[in-house]
Structures are given as structure tokens and as C-alpha cells.
Design a binder for this molecule. Structure first.
Ligand code: DX5
Ligand code: ZN
Length: 244
């Protein structure tokens, strides 16, 4: 009897697997109510949010400032949620140690800010954290192709970095799909994080394009007029992964 050729997963299987890809929900702490930060952190944990997204800004790479290691250490006193640290800072290799010590388990550097990206990613791993790289909307995916083996976490800015409440850059959806294809081409099954205007309308499109790590901010989890619990629940609902 002829050997049955290895059955390649059909495009439907692949589409199905992409649809059933578990999506991680993170909350952009920079969008929290700082007058009630402890309450918000406890509400995030109770709402099933899985990561605290920590935005760090230096006023150089982006024209703004936001969180710091003190906030991370304070957060660690009320929640054990892991933290992904989004370094929007020039020459971030100077700060790997302090942000890992403050509790960062994923350290994300902007490709645009690093001269020696492969060395910096290796250095983050050497400190025991997962090595993340972030790309601005205009930055080509090809800039990380030759370090894809050194990348544990890919963050695609879906707005221009520096501020919350901005609108999605339209090309971002195409870029998410291209990023997932790049990872698959290299056999790298790494999280593709989207950060910026992850709204109830945009989130399903981002997940369908291949994103599986959503940073919820003012257009979902911290939506004005709603509660954190409602925002997190609705975000999970629109991507078809309601909390169990
Ligand atoms: C922007 C930050 C995002 C932002 C998300 O530079 O990296 O995390 O705070 O906020 P929204 O979801 O309102 O765009
Ligand atoms: Zn961010």
C-alpha cells in the first residue's frame, strides 16, 4: 500500500489554529488612574489581565515621560502579575539591569534606539529576562530578520509611541500579518504584541492578522466611563476568547 504522504495542515487548519491561538491580555499601566493605582492594579488582576505593560519614556526618543522603576516596585507590593517593560528610551542597553531588578520579566527595546541590537538582546537574556524588540510603525520588519533567533517577544507599535489615546496607524494590520509570516518562515513561534489603540473594534482585526499579545489602554481596558472589569471582559469577548 502506498505510503500516505505526510498530511500538510490545510489552510483551513492553519486559519483555525491562528483563530484558536491563545491571546494574552496586558494592561498599559500608564493609562491607569494614578490617584487610585493600588485599586486599579487589584482590579486588573481580578479581571484576569495577565501582564502589566510598563511604559518607560525618556523625553528623547519620545517627547514624553511616564513610569519608572519605583512604580514597578510599588506595583510588585500589591500584585504578582508579570511585567513587560516597554523601553521607549535612547540607548536602552544602559538600563537592562535596573528594570530586571525592578521586576521586569520581558524587557522590550526599540530597534530604532539600539546600535548593536543582537548584543543587546543577548544581554537581556543574560540578565534572565525575555528579550523583546519593538518597531515603530514605519520601521521595516527586515531590520530584525537577522536577529529573529535572539527575539523572544516582538512588539509592533500600532500608533506612534509616546502617548495614549491615539488612533491606529492603518498599515499596522498589514504589518502584523507580515510579522507573523516572517516568524513562521523562520520557525519562530514568538508572541506578536500590538501596542496602541487596541480598541474593541481594532482588536479582532489585530488578532485575525496574527497578533496574540494585546496591550489594552484607553480604548479598551481603561475606557472612560467604564470599569476595568468591563473593559477587560469586553476585550476578551470581541476577540472570541471570553474569560473562562
Ligand atoms: C504608547 C504606549 C502604549 C499606550 C497605549 O507609547 O506604548 O502602551 O499607552 O494606550 P492606548 O491603548 O490608549 O493607545
Ligand atoms: Zn507601550
Amino acid at each position: 500500500m502506498l505510503e500516505q504522504p505526510e498530511r500538510r495542515p490545510s489552510r483551513r487548519d492553519e486559519a483555525q489554529s491562528k483563530d484558536t491561538r491563545k491571546v494574552t491580555i496586558a494592561a498599559s499601566v500608564a493609562c491607569a488612574n494614578f490617584l487610585r493605582l493600588e485599586d486599579d492594579l487589584r482590579a486588573l488582576e481580578a479581571a484576569g489581565v495577565e501582564y502589566l505593560h510598563i511604559d518607560i519614556m525618556d523625553g528623547q526618543f519620545v517627547p514624553n515621560f511616564s513610569l519608572n522603576t519605583d512604580i514597578m516596585k510599588a506595583a510588585r507590593q500589591v500584585t504578582a502579575l508579570p511585567m513587560d517593560v516597554h523601553l521607549m528610551v535612547e540607548r536602552p542597553e544602559r538600563y537592562i539591569e535596573p528594570f530586571v531588578s525592578a521586576g521586569g520579566s520581558i524587557i522590550v527595546v526599540h530597534q530604532e534606539c539600539v546600535t548593536h541590537l543582537q548584543r543587546t538582546l543577548a544581554e537581556i537574556r543574560r540578565h534572565g529576562a525575555q528579550a523583546g524588540v519593538a518597531l515603530n510603525p514605519a520601521t521595516p520588519l527586515q531590520t530584525i530578520e537577522y536577529v529573529i533567533e535572539d527575539v523572544d517577544f516582538l512588539l509592533l507599535m500600532t500608533v506612534n509611541p509616546g502617548f495614549y489615546g491615539q488612533k491606529l496607524v492603518p498599515s499596522a494590520l498589514r504589518k502584523i500579518a507580515d510579522a507573523r509570516a516572517l516568524c513562521e518562515r523562520h520557525g519562530r513561534d514568538i508572541p506578536i504584541c500590538v501596542d496602541g489603540n487596541v480598541s474593541l473594534e481594532n482588536a479582532p482585526k489585530m488578532v485575525a492578522a496574527g497578533a496574540d499579545f494585546l496591550v489594552g489602554g484607553t480604548s479598551s481596558i481603561f475606557m472612560r466611563g467604564g470599569t476595568i472589569a468591563e473593559g477587560a471582559r469586553r476585550l476578551r469577548e470581541v476577540i472570541g476568547q471570553p474569560a473562562r
